[in-house]
Write a protein that binds this ligand. Sequence first.
Ligand SMILES: Cc1cc2nc3c(=O)[nH]c(=O)nc-3n(C[C@H](O)[C@H](O)[C@H](O)COP(=O)(O)OP(=O)(O)OC[C@H]3O[C@@H](n4cnc5c(N)ncnc54)[C@H](O)[C@@H]3O)c2cc1C
Length: 390
Amino acid sequence: MEKSLDVSIVGAGIGGLTAALTLKKSGHNPTIYEKSKLLSELGAGVQLSPNANRVLKYLGIMEDLKKEIFEPEAFQFLNYRTGRVLAEHSLKKLSTQTYGFPNYDIHRADLQKVLLSAIEKAEIKLLKGFEITDVGKEKEKPYIKANEKKIISDVVIGADGIHSVIRKKLWGKDQARYTKNVAWRMLVPIEKISSNFLKPNTTVWLGPKKHFVQYFVKGGSYLNCVCLVEQDDWMSEGWSEKGDIFELKDLFSEWHPEIQEIIESTDPDSLFKWGLHDRPPMKKWRRGKFSLLGDAAHPMLPFVAQGAAMAIEDGAVLASSLSSFDNIELGLDDYENKRKPRTTKAQNTASRNATIFHLSDFFAFFRNLVMKFFIKKIMDDFYKYDATSK
Ligand SMILES: Cc1cc2nc3c(=O)[nH]c(=O)nc-3n(C[C@H](O)[C@H](O)[C@H](O)COP(=O)(O)OP(=O)(O)OC[C@H]3O[C@@H](n4cnc5c(N)ncnc54)[C@H](O)[C@@H]3O)c2cc1C
């Protein structure tokens, strides 16, 4: 398409910011509407796999990103009690060689800082304090509404996360489901951890009904930890709440001494827990000249560490699809057709991992035997994909 489209993006998360950058790079005119007045990401980490880094490199922000990351040596699954290595995969040495791009761990606020700086450099409009509450159509053009103000554009993309208002307005109420998993998150300054047992890896400890993920962020000065625990109910009205350190200690009391040491070193005030929700894959994302992106379209459990990566890839494919067709609806359908099989696979893999990671006894024994083939297959499936050439 020769014409530059005015694209309204609802939500300035990792997905919305990346989509604005890819659209601008393809010659379109994106504007981002974000409900928060102050953009602040969670005090937590995110793993940026090679498939996500391919898009970030295409956007020309790799050098800025490199100042903020930690590059892990390897990915490891460990036994929760003994610390025995169940499976290991080299990342630093082999990631670029095998998948063309490195694997990084980063603090969310650092990734957001780099994306925001690129948004500013590209002179993309980002309007904060704009909570979109309604959508509609006027003279064949889609509009969104914030504070009674109607904003008309050529295309609207809902990148407004798992609670997406755009999704609800387009497709009706469909409640996200509680997955019976809670994520406890903490960020521990390295100097607080007295033992020097920590290895420069992305490590996942597997135990019955729980797993524990740890990796460095901020150049190695903090350890980011996520403790994933099965829990039948989620009582809180909200999606996150403060965690009780004594409850966490109790939950992991039978785990390896390294885990005990990390929990012991955690500032109780910095501990939060999330009830993890997801939704089954959607039948259709597009409605008229509206479509969805990132968690708004395909929320998933974090058990394959691909939610943000999928949102980043979505942006690259969306820009190229909209540029390849004169008709906006055909462009949005092309985007959806190219993305949905892959994001559905990520959603299903994450749900399946919820079972596999938390097996016990006999089943865990068999899982451990095949674990190394299992991670290689998952990495190949997700890391090789090139969203910039679709
Ligand atoms: C514990 C945990 C660990 C994870 N680890 C990883 C990982 O290692 N690697 C990975 O790739 N992924 C990971 N993920 C998944 C990843 O965090 C998400 O998939 C990703 O952040 C989704 O980005 P998004 O932009 O689609 O949505 P969001 O980040 O939710 O952004 C949505 C934005 O829209 C705004 N918004 C909402 N409603 C409105 C409205 N009505 N009007 C205007 N603005 C609105 C919100 O304020 C927000 O800024 C993890 C998730 C969890 C819970």
